[in-house]
Write a protein that binds this ligand. Structure first.
Ligand SMILES: Nc1ncnc2c1ncn2[C@@H]1O[C@H](COP(=O)(O)OP(=O)(O)OP(=O)(O)O)[C@@H](O)[C@H]1O
Length: 602
């Protein structure tokens, strides 16, 4: 996948695939570390300069010994130069690597922060595996290449400039000939380096696809096995791996083209200088020693030019990674949490002080909604209803009627196209998001359980819950017996997605988690669908008890679970068809009566 998908879906942003934004993104990553990078480079350069002085010091030692003078001083100086040069070079490298680690840590933290705040529609139209690849693989690539690119660019350029200056002082004519040939290297780099960047980006996209495909397979592992789809999924993984290899090879080919061509150009340069220099020596324009010195500088220049060329290649690779990270950072996020402090949210939740939570009234006013997908049909047509604070309200209706979507609108996972959703008479768009969600307990249709311990799962988002609160919700959801059976009780790991728990137990964990938030509004989406009769009855009692204190909205297919609800809202094809008690609806709503006839066998 590419991150362009959500952009198309939401129409909120576009992804620029040209290289320039990648360059800007890379520089943005490096800027906060510029002080440390400069320090590392300066220390490293000083080490190199000391290294350059060593031959002169060695020459002095030999000269002094030859003349029979005591050489203790020059030997000490030479030793100092060797040790100091090595220490400074090592220190410079270490500081550079440290700043690279900090750059990547910052990039990862910033990206992780944004990824967890993405809007639900954005995540639903992206591949999680690809987003994971951006946080892991792309940042690793950034870490590997960015310091190399910076060192090569700065060191290579400085030393090249110094060498070129020395050559200019020796003979400007030979320097002009040299620069004319070297300019060819510049043109070559300008042509080749964007290709390296593009190939790297495609490789990283293939790595992202690899992640997405694996995530899909591991996420439905039993289905993969039961469907005998291992071969099919392996083939998809192989295709992505092959694509990564193909584009990786393409990047390597361009890199070797530029390295080889640079080497050839420098050899040509050497021959040109030799020929032209020989002619100038013959004509008496320069002396032989000048030509020899010039050629020595040319030899010293060659690896530096190679270093700059390699640095430009690494810069392209790092830019491609930075560009992909920047694309993910541009995805649309929800409004910030800053408007509500953690304490305020905690107060909303009432979890700390154990105060009874205030129940919440819910109203829908002429709500129309269509999922932001190309070709999507309207899901809600002018939906209106009122649910007073406290009590149990059930939503029933055929599959696809739009019941689950109602809960998504209350949680503000999606925004209505028109109309208003009110909580306690106030439009939910005017509630700070964190405060709104702190008042709601939501049990999804598929009741996800996360990897970790049972306690982690229960206190997810309510880390400060007391043992007494936990024990209470365990009792209410009849999980106390299950917990007692687990080897480490609450601290037993429940496996990937709760694989150690049964479907019904997972559902009860999700309900317990929602209750532990002490919400003012409890949203249960078919929360009893996987429970056996005894547990369903127990949970019905729990829900009824909760509904005496807070507002409970339940979506149910099984009418047996909702016949005692205070009110039942019958939905059909995105419209509210009827509202009333079980008895009233049996008498006056044909759809409800027929649902009841089939399900309750009345
Ligand atoms: N994330 C989504 N993106 C696009 N369309 C969706 C999405 N979720 C649901 N829909 C569509 O919206 C319509 C209403 O779905 P919804 O899940 O609200 O119905 P429901 O009444 O809860 O159904 P069920 O009882 O089967 O769970 C369906 O046609 C469904 O295909």
């Amino acid at each position: 996948m590419t991150v362009a998908a959500p952009a198309e879906a939401t129409g909120t942003q576009s992804v620029d695939t040209s290289a320039r934004p990648g360059h800007r993104a890379l520089l943005r990553h490096l800027r906060p570390q510029s002080g440390r990078l400069a320090a590392g480079l300066a220390v490293g350069l000083t080490g190199s300069v000391l290294g350059l002085a060593q031959p002169l010091a060695a020459k002095r030692v030999v000269d002094d010994m030859g003349r029979g003078h005591p050489a203790a001083g020059p030997v000490a100086l030479l030793s100092l130069l060797v040790v100091a040069g090595a220490v400074l070079a090592g220190l410079g490298y270490y500081v550079l690597q440290c700043s690279a680690e900090s750059t990547v840590r910052d990039a990862r933290c910033r990206l992780a922060h944004r990824l967890l705040r993405l809007r639900v529609p954005v995540v639903e139209s992206t591949e999680p595996g690809d987003l994971i690849a951006r946080l892991t693989s792309d940042t690793t690539l950034l870490r590997r290449t960015a310091p190399l690119a910076v060192t090569a660019a700065v060191n290579g350029t400085l030393v090249t400039a110094a060498t070129v200056t020395m050559m200019g002082l020796l003979d400007p004519v030979l320097l002009c000939a040299t620069l004319a040939v070297v300019a060819f290297v510049g043109v070559l780099v300008a042509v080749v380096s964007p290709r390296i960047g593009r190939a790297t980006r495609t490789t990283q996209e293939a790595v992202g696809r690899l992640g997405s495909t694996l995530e899909r397979a591991l996420g439905a592992f039993r289905t993969v096995k039961a469907s005998g789809a291992e071969r099919q999924e392996t083939e998809a993984l192989r295709r992505a791996a092959e694509e990564a290899r193909r584009t990786g090879v393409r990047a390597a080919a361009w890199e070797s083209v530029s390295a080889t061509a640079t080497a050839v150009v420098l050899q040509v340069c050497f021959l040109v200088v030799l020929g032209l220099g020989g002619a100038r020596v013959a004509s008496g324009a320069i002396g032989v020693s000048t030509l020899v010195a010039f050629l020595l500088y040319l030899f010293a220049l060659a690896p530096r030019v190679g270093q700059v060329v390699e640095g430009v290649g690494q810069f392209q690779v790092a830019s491609a990674a930075a560009g992909r990270i920047a694309d993910a950072e541009r995805l649309e996020v929800e409004e910030g949490e800053s408007e509500v402090g953690a304490e305020e949210v905690e107060g909303e939740r009432g979890a700390r002080d154990g105060e009874p939570r205030p129940p919440v009234a819910v109203s829908f006013r002429q709500v129309c909604f269509t999922y932001p997908r190309p070709g999507a049909h309207p899901t809600h047509h002018r939906v209106s209803f009122d649910v007073p604070a406290r009590g149990l309200t059930a939503f029933v209706g055929p599959s696809g009627a739009g019941k689950t979507t109602l809960l998504s609108l209350i949680e503000r996972f999606y925004e209505p196209c028109s109309g208003r959703v009110l909580l306690d008479g106030k439009d939910i768009r005017h509630w700070p998001l964190a405060r709104l969600r702190a008042r709601i307990g939501y049990v999804e249709q598929d009741a996800p359980v996360l990897s970790g311990t049972l306690r982690d799962n229960l206190t997810f988002g309510t880390a400060g819950s007391s043992d007494a609160d936990i024990a209470k919700v365990l009792r209410l959801t009849r999980l106390d017996e299950v917990t007692a059976r687990l080897p480490d009780g609450l601290d037993t790991t429940v496996g990937h997605r709760g694989s150690r728990l049964s479907g019904g137990e997972r559902q009860r964990v999700a309900i317990a988690r929602a209750l532990l938030r002490r919400p003012g509004l409890l949203l249960l989406d078919e929360a009893t669908s996987q429970l056996d009769a005894a547990n369903e009855a127990a949970l019905r009692t729990t829900v009824a008890a909760a509904a005496r204190e807070v507002t409970v909205l339940v979506i149910a297919h099984r009418l047996s679970t909702v016949t005692t609800a205070d009110r039942i809202v019958v939905m059909e094809a995105g419209r509210v068809r009827a509202i009333g008690s079980h008895g009233e609806l049996m008498a006056r709503d044909e759809l409800y009566a027929s649902l009841a006839r089939t399900q309750l066998l009345t």
